[in-house]
Structure formats: C-alpha cells, structure tokens
Ligand binder design. Structure first.
Ligand code: DMJ
Length: 932
C-alpha cells in the first residue's frame, strides 16, 4: 500500500480523491506528454475543426434525444423507423433484449448525465424534473438485474452526482434535495431480493413490483446467470452505499464478486461465460473479454480506482495476466476454454470486446490496446460499423449492429492516452458513418445488417448514455466541459461517479484474500499509474509504429491458422486443408482427407457425409489436422446455415423526406430478377388492385412503370409476380398480411416459386413483414409520391440521393456481400455427432422442394463447401507471423500440469484430442445457441 502513494507521481494529486486515481492521473499525464510529442507526428486537428465536430455531435444528440422526447417519452425507448415509443407488451417480444425495459422511461434516465457533459444544463434540470414527476419504479414488469443496475441505477446515480455538482456551483439545480438519490435507493432495495441465493450471486431477473419467487413475480426459477451480470454491480452498489450510508448494497455486490473470484478456474485464472447461481458450477466454460464477461473485468479495475481497495486490483491483475497469456493474440482477442486455455473456443469475435482497448488504457497497457483498436477500426472501415460478430478472417458472422458505443469508448481513451490525432480522425469517421447510414428522420436506427445497410426499428438507450458522451469528450477541450471530468469514473454505461466516494462512508468490511492470489511477476502489481516516459520512450511515432504493421490486417484477411500453413511449407509438408477451401470434386483434397482419417460418404439422399476416424489417420499430426478440419467444417456449416436463414435484401425509401435514410430489411424471392447479381431497381410505388394481386390487375395504369405493392396471401407469390408484371410493374413488394409481424422478431425467408418454371418472371420481387411494409404504406398516405430502391445493399445516401455512382470502397463491400449471398445456396449441415472414436459431419444441398434453382444446380458431385471461392488464396506474408505467438507464451506451470495443450508445438495424444473434441462440440453447440 505504501507504494500506492507512487501514483501521485504520475498525476496531479487532489487530496479528496483516491490517491491512486488511475483515470484522472493516467489520462492527465498522457495528455501532457502526448500533446507536445504528437505535434511532430501525425497532422494535428486544429481547434476549429475539433469544435466543428463537437458541434456536430451536439446536433446529433439533439436529433436523437429530441425525437425520443417528442415521439416516445415516457416510453422506455424510441422506435426510430415508426417514430413512436417502444412500450413493453405492446410490441412483439424480442426476448432477452426487452428485459432492459421496465416502463421507467429508460432512455431519459440513461441520458441524464450525458446532458450535463454536453453542456445542456437547462435541459438536464428539465429532465430531472420529469424523472421525479413521471417515473414509477414499482411496475409489475420482470427486468434484468444487470441492465437495471447499469442503466437505471447508474443513470440515477450519475444524474445525482452531477446534480449536486451543479448545485454546489450555485447556478443550476438549486432546488435539488437528493431526490434522484432517493429514487436510486428505492430501486436498490427493489433489486436486493435478487441476491437471495446461497452463493450470493444474483438471479438474472426480478419483478420490480413483486420481487422474486412469489407466484406474481413470474421469475426466480432461473439457475444460471452470466459472469458480467453477477459481476457488474460494485460501482453502482458501492456508490449507493457511500452516498446514502446504507452499507448493505456494497456488501451484496462485494459478496457476489468474492464468489466469482473463488470460482475462477484455478489453473488458468479465467472465468466462464455463465455460472450456476446455486452451485457455482460453470455452465459455459468458454472465456473471452466480450459478451457475458466484459464488464466483470472492467469493474474489478474500476472498483479499485473508485474504492481504493487493493484486493480488486490484485484480482484484476491476476485475470489480466491470464487474458494476456491466453485470450490476447494481438491484434485478436479470442475466446478459449477455461480448462484448456491454449485451445480457442471460437473462430469469431463479438463487438462487445471493443471496450477492452479502453480498459487496457486504464491499466496502462497501451501497445495491445493500440493493436486491437486498429484491427477493429479496419473492420469498421470495411463494413461501416462493427458487426455484432466477425470471424478471425474478418468476415461478418452476425451482421447486426445496434449502435454500440464500445469502439467510441476505446477511441476516446486511446486519444486521452496518446494524444495522437489519428484517434480524432477515427472519431470523425464514426460520426460520418452514423449520419450517413444510421440517421433516419426520427432519430438513429440500429443496423439490422451492416452488409445491406438495412435498419431495425430500435434505438437503444445506451446510444444516448454512452456514444454521444464519448464522441463529445473526444473533441472537447477542458474548457468545453463545465466540470472536471477527471474527478469522475465512468461506469460501464458511461455514468459518472465522483472519485471522492473513495473516502466517504467506508464502513463495509473488506475481505482480506491477499494470500489466495497466484504469484505473478512484479510488473503485474504496479500500484502506480503507468509511466508515459516508458510507454512512449521519446518516440513521437510510438502509436503509429504499432499500427503500421497492422495496416492491412483486415484486407489481407490473415487468419491465425495460416501460421501453421507457413510452418508446414517450411518443413516441406503439404499445407493442411482448410474447410473453406475444400471441394468434394477435387481428387487432391480427397487424398488429403484420407490422410487425415476423414472419409467422405455419398448418402443415398444426395447428402455428403464426412466422418473422421482419428486412428485411421496417417500420423498423429494428420489426425490433429483432421480434427481441426472437422472443427472448421462445423463452424463453416453453422455460419452458412445462419446466412441461409437470413439472405437479406434492402428496400430503401429514397424520396423526400427520407432521401435513402430509411432502409428496410426485405426477403428475396427464388424467382424473378436476382438483385444480388443485377443492378438495383428504382421506382415509385403503387398499390395493386386487387391488393392481393391474385388476379389480373384492375389498375394497370397505376402500376405501369412502378413498383407494385401487393399483400401476401390467397395465392402463390409467383402468381402475384406474374399479375403485376403483366400490368407493367417494374418490380414488386409483397407485404405480409400478418399484422404486427416484423423482421425484428421473425426470421426472414425467401419467397418460393410455384414449383413450375418461373423463368418468365423477369422483375425483382421482395418481401416485407407487416411492420416494415406499413412504413411504406404510411409514407404513401403522408407524401403520396414515394420512391424506393430495391437492392441487395443500401446505396450511398447523400441528402439529395443525387449520386447514383458508388464510391469504390462501397462497391468492394457490395461485391463482397454479393459473394456471401451467393454462397448461401451452398450449405452443409451437421447431422451427427459420433461416439468419442469418430466425429462425423454431413453436407448436403439444402434445398426446399420449391427451391428448384438451387436444387438443380447443386448436385452433391458438383458441390463446393467454399463460401470464399472467389477469394485469393490466403497470403503467407510475414505480416501474419506475429499472430500466432501463443505457444511461446505458454507458462511453465501450464506445460507442467497439462503437457497436451498446445497446437503446433507438441503432438497431442489421440485420446486426449478426442476428449477435447467432444467437449468442443458441446461448447460450439452451446455457443451457437447463445446470444450476445
Ligand atoms: C452497454 O449497455 C454497456 O456498456 C454494457 O456493459 C454492455 N454494452 C452495452 C452497449 O453495447
């Protein structure tokens, strides 16, 4: 502890703060040193431009917040496409996502402290009055404990923190008498029954009115929760305790953290994604820094910063060491198994991990932060946003993007740490993309598919709580903010808690667990802030030099596995066959399969089955390659199934006042013009008569040269298409007759033909669910002339939609998107999991009876399983070599206790490989089911 005083050496000491104020101290010093250094490096952004961008952020916030207040409040969230409030129970359920909605005006509460950061003090005062007047915390609604804590409790506490700060300044909030804090306390007590478990881990959900386990509560039977859900409470709960003097909150949150710590996997020091709240058993044993775990780590470090309790830093450092040893494979962060941490558990990453570089800045580990951030930025440049999940070779795995703020958060912290103007340029790109692709007339809409640019009728509250805060702060100078931001710490939802809480009401007894910690080398126990002299050793190009080698990492698409290929070449052996390269018709590939112990069986029903008998492999290395191949094949299979379930197209409203800003997700047809291969179709819309389009149209003059709207039902899709085509329509949009249906809640499907030859249908046909369809129908009612664009990807939309030409990068990603969509007609299915001795995988052309085109063109003999077949062979550039340094990093302890864990370095005995393989199959299956 005495060394903690050393922290003062790296920051400006402020007596009432925690002496080891990493946030304030680290960022302050970085700025001082970096500003002078970086004027020599990248072109600095002048104050005028920074102000311009700051003002743009303010305008964007007004657009989002203004539309929420005007069209949605007091509802929890704004639905920006239909321009109304999302009221739980009145919209089709979206599953777990809806557990954030407690009928407590979520977005307003989540936005409170953003208003002050953005210097909108008057609006803040007004918003606080509204919260006090309108918000009811006693609704009969089942909510997520985690979301309610970070968004609502955190929002109220952040609001309270800034309300008292303003009151003290003497101008605003003079009437305020801690009312937000009283609400926070009321909410805190409502959450406490969730902790009534033997472990002390909270139930994941609670009924705000009835608590838990009573029949009226309708919750309390759950057995599992995510690690982040149980481990992301300490900041809010401790703040509540310290603000109010009621210690119970901090005690409960500490107990949950203590339990998680006890349950960490002792040899890897990692935690799994989900845990049984009664037994403490890990339910999901995969471990990363993204979904399900992310803010557990964040809160350990920040709890140390806020509360000054060494045990939190010790725990964080122990986990951090494990993360850097196993999960960090710069620039990637890949999930591993907690028991076998040298084995990757996934070949994809999720968007939530984008917060991690920001946390690394707080820890003072700048190099890997710069690397991961750069990799993420390249993914964003490719897809405009970070898809919810993307593969290690940077293809889209899950195409949604709900306007998450994590990347902006990391950009802000990296800028604070390095002062490198590059990060301002990154922020500028984020602003441009939000305005270009997500902005709609009534707010900002989440991206349903980053590849098509289609939207979801959703604007999550975290967009206002976090995104605008981080973007504004990125461009703001000290004098642009009415208080000192460095006196506060950001919660995971970017709510601000004052650091002086560290010395207030410290009555909670702390568990002394120091003796339980794993011994790490001394560098992990720096009690001081990172020293920028060491981080930037007189090198003005420090950050740039770290980014430089990564500058093409996404374009070159260099997956980890390539290292083994390179090594194989060096040793003169054939490279192992990658699943995505495999062609069932290539004799050389069949030979490699044989060597790996994989046999290919043509089933009577036309399917192709792959079965691996490891013992039939030519050597244990070949057996290992075979297992890896099968593992890849499963990944590929599930990905292709996903893509096949969702082959989206876009209907974009391009006329006034939408100008291309509203993009609706549409299902394609298996007949008519294929929009993925042809130019888009643009035209005004007209309703057909009869509206179901099931007979010759009685209003051909109205639909001639236009895109006809037809209602689903009463006859085949192909028949509707023929009728409107005969009337002269240039395209058709079928709108679902099932009221309330939406692509937000129902899986998209392809409109099948009628089982006959449909070659006569030449026009493009798309399908919209009722909710998306009604956006067009409403637009017609309001503006009469409504022009739409039917395509496979939303087109660039400058305000006037003047520019028909796409910028080249757009074209590139469009081509790529087309490739991916083409590939969906080729699918493999996992049909079997065999006993330990063998693993089996089947592939078949996944054709429904009506899917005549695909069925005819893909016979098993012709089938390739390769979604990337037009791609260049993967490069063997030296640039890839850093990606696979994991085996070298393996610790002595790890090797001693488990000699069979590393790929490449040692040969793993077959029985152990097979045991792993079985466990991996289970893990993969679970992960596939899992949502972020
Ligand atoms: C936010 O609600 C919080 O940051 C949380 O920790 C996870 N991510 C969402 C936004 O993406």
């Amino acid at each position: 502890m005495s060394e903690a005083g050393g922290a003062l050496g790296c920051g400006s000491p402020v007596p009432q703060r925690a002496p080891w104020n990493l946030v304030a101290a680290a960022t302050a010093l970085y700025l001082v040193s970096a500003t002078s250094v970086w004027t020599a490096g990248a072109t600095p952004m002048n104050r005028e431009e920074k102000q311009k961008l700051g003002n743009q952020v303010l305008e964007m916030f007004d657009h989002a917040y203004g539309n929420y207040m005007e069209h949605a409040y007091p509802a929890d969230e704004l639905m920006p496409l239909t321009c109304r409030g999302r009221v739980r129970g009145q919209e089709p359920s979206r599953g777990d996502v809806d557990d954030a909605l407690g009928k407590f005006s979520l977005t307003l509460i989540d936005s409170l402290d953003t208003l002050v950061v953005l210097n909108k003090t008057k609006e803040f005062e007004d918003a606080v009055r509204k919260v006090l007047r309108d918000v009811n915390l006693d609704n009969d609604v089942v909510v997520s404990v985690f979301e309610t804590n970070i968004r609502v409790l955190g929002g109220l506490l952040g609001g309270h923190s800034l309300a008292i700060m303003l009151k003290e300044k003497g101008e605003y909030m003079q009437w305020y008498k801690d009312e937000l804090l009283q609400m926070a306390k009321q909410l805190g007590y409502k959450l406490l029954p969730a902790f009534n478990t033997t472990s002390g881990l909270p139930y994941p959900r609670i009924n705000l009115k009835f608590g838990i386990r009573k029949p009226e509560a309708r919750t309390g039977t759950e057995t599992d929760t995510c690690t982040a859900c149980a481990g992301t409470l300490i900041l809010e709960f401790a703040a509540l305790s310290r603000f109010t003097g009621a210690t119970i909150f901090e005690e409960y949150a500490r107990k949950a953290l203590d339990f998680l710590w006890e349950k960490r996997q002792r040899s890897s020091n990692l935690v799994g994604v989900t845990i049984n709240i009664h037994t403490g058993d890990w339910v999901r044993k995969d471990s990363g820094v993204g979904a399900g775990i992310d803010s557990y780590y964040e809160y350990l470090l920040k709890a140390y910063v806020l509360l000054g309790d060494d045990s939190f830093l010790e725990r964080f450092n122990t986990h951090y060491d494990a993360i850097m040893r196993y999960i960090s494979q710069p620039p990637l962060l890949l999930d591993v198994h907690i028991h076998k941490p040298m084995l990757n558990a996934r070949t994809w990453m999720d968007a939530l991990l984008a917060f991690f570089p920001g946390l690394q800045v707080l820890k003072g580990d700048i190099r890997p932060a710069i690397e991961t951030h750069e990799m993420l930025y390249q993914v964003i440049k490719k897809h405009n946003f970070l898809p919810e999940a993307f593969t290690t070779d940077f293809r889209v795995h899950w195409a949604q993007h709900p306007l998450r703020p994590e990347f902006a958060e990391s950009t802000y912290f990296l800028y604070k740490a390095t002062g490198d103007p590059y990060y301002l340029e990154v922020g500028k790109t984020l602003i441009e993309n939000l305005n270009k692709y997500a902005r709609v007339p009534c707010g900002f809409a989440a991206m349903k598919d980053v590849r098509t640019g289609s939207h979801e009728d959703r604007m999550d509250s975290f967009f206002l709580a976090e995104m605008f805060k981080y973007l504004y702060l990125l461009f703001a100078d000290k004098e642009d903010i009415i208080f000192d931001i460095e006196d506060y710490i950001f919660t995971t939802e970017a709510h601000l808690l004052p650091l002086w809480l560290s010395t207030t009401n410290q009555r909670v007894s702390k568990k002394n667990t120091t003796s339980e910690y794993t011994e790490l080398d001394d560098s992990n126990f720096d009690w001081t802030c990172p020293n920028t002299q060491i981080l930037f050793p007189n090198d003005p190009l420090y950050a740039q030099s770290i980014r430089e080698p990564l500058k093409n990492v996404v374009d070159k698409s260099c997956p980890r596995g390539i290292i083994r290929v390179e090594e194989s070449f060096r040793s003169g052996a054939k490279p192992p066959l990658r699943a995505r390269d495999f062609m069932a018709t290539n004799p050389e590939h069949l030979e490699i399969l044989k060597k790996m112990g994989v046999s290919l069986i043509h089933l009577k029903d036309g399917r192709v089955q792959l079965v691996q008998h490891a013992i039939q492999a030519a050597s244990s290395i070949d057996a290992e390659d075979g297992l890896r191949f099968m593992q890849e094949m499963i990944e590929l299979s599930s990905q292709q199934q996903k893509e096949q379930q969702l082959p989206p197209r876009a209907v974009q409203i391009v006329s006034h006042p939408f100008f291309g800003r509203v993009v609706l997700t549409a299902g394609p047809a298996q007949f008519g013009l294929d929009l993925s291969k042809h130019k888009e179709t643009r035209g005004f819309v007209a309703s057909s008569k009869p509206y179901n389009g099931c007979s010759e149209l009685t209003n051909p003059e109205a639909v001639m040269g236009k895109i006809a709207l037809i209602q689903r039902g009463q006859c085949m899709f192909a028949e509707k298409a023929r009728n409107i085509q005969n009337a002269g329509a240039i395209g058709g949009i079928v709108i679902d007759d099932n009221e309330g249906s939406s692509s937000d809640t129902a899986p998209l499907f392809q409109m099948a033909g009628d089982g006959k030859d449909t070659d006569d249908i030449k026009i493009p046909m798309l399908f919209l669910f009722s909710k998306e369809g009604s956006i067009i129908l409403d637009a017609i009612r309001e503006y009469e002339e409504v022009e739409v664009l039917l395509s496979d990807k939303a087109k660039d939309r400058d305000p006037e939609m003047e520019n028909e030409e796409q910028p080249s990068s757009e074209n590139d990603s469009q081509n790529q998107s087309a490739e991916q969509i083409i590939s969906i007609s080729q699918a493999v299915d996992l049909v079997d999991q065999e006993a330990p001795e063998e693993s089996s995988l089947s592939s078949h052309s996944d054709s429904s009876p009506a899917d005549t085109d695909n069925a005819a063109s893909i016979s098993p003999a012709e089938q390739t399983l390769n979604p990337m077949e037009n791609q260049e062979p993967t490069s063997l550039d030296g640039e890839c070599t850093d990606l696979d340094n994991q085996p070298q990093e393996q610790s002595e302890t790890e090797e001693d206790s488990n000699p069979n864990v590393s790929w490449g370095k040692k040969v793993q005995p077959i029985d152990s490989i097979l045991a792993d393989w079985n466990e991996d199959i289970e893990a993969f299956e679970m992960m596939e089911k899992d949502e972020l």
